[in-house]
Design a protein around this ligand. Sequence first.
Ligand code: TZP
Length: 209
Amino acid sequence: MKADLNLYLVTARYEETEEVFLQKIEEACENGMTLVQLREKELTTCAYYELAKKVKQVTDRYQIPLIIDDRADICLAVDAAGVHIGDDELPTAVTRKIIGDKILGVSVKSVAQAKKVEAAGADYLGVGAIFPTTTKVTTKATSLETLQQITQQVSIPVVAIGGITEERIAEFEHTGIQGIAVVSEIMQAKNIGQKVRQMKDKFAQLEGD
Ligand code: TZP
């Protein structure tokens, strides 16, 4: 896979202007984010496309791959690095056909799902929500134990997501994850640059397996 999943920013907008939103992404990129996902659920196709072009200008400046949430068409339209899909999207194998060798990430909550999407062509897995989060309405949390079972039973990289704060990073010790995906802890940080650097340091201190 052509991406470093270490510290993965998943975006959310909090009623700020578009300019401020783009500045936040830029500050995160400048300070060590390794991957960015543009995640939009409410925008029209046209608005999603326009925003994706602008975000890609930012990520391109730092040579950080941009992943588009849910939309293979927008990924191809802006020549992003890849797509991230969940349960409600096209099946993994179909998305793989559409995007060719671009990066394909898939959200899963169980070992069975993880094995299935790995076989269908996923490049990496997003597992969560691990901790309580207000960013996404999730039916059921995924335990750290399930996370560890997934990392042990698939050979593609796994990133954890959901309620991840700087303080909670230590809880991922020995889970075998390749990275953490974060929304609010970074997008709502008072000092985004400092938050990114501190989270990266904390993650680097983990033992891994
Ligand atoms: N998928 C599972 S939890 C989640 C997504 C997109 C939201 C994570 O947001 P936060 O603010 O990092 O808890």
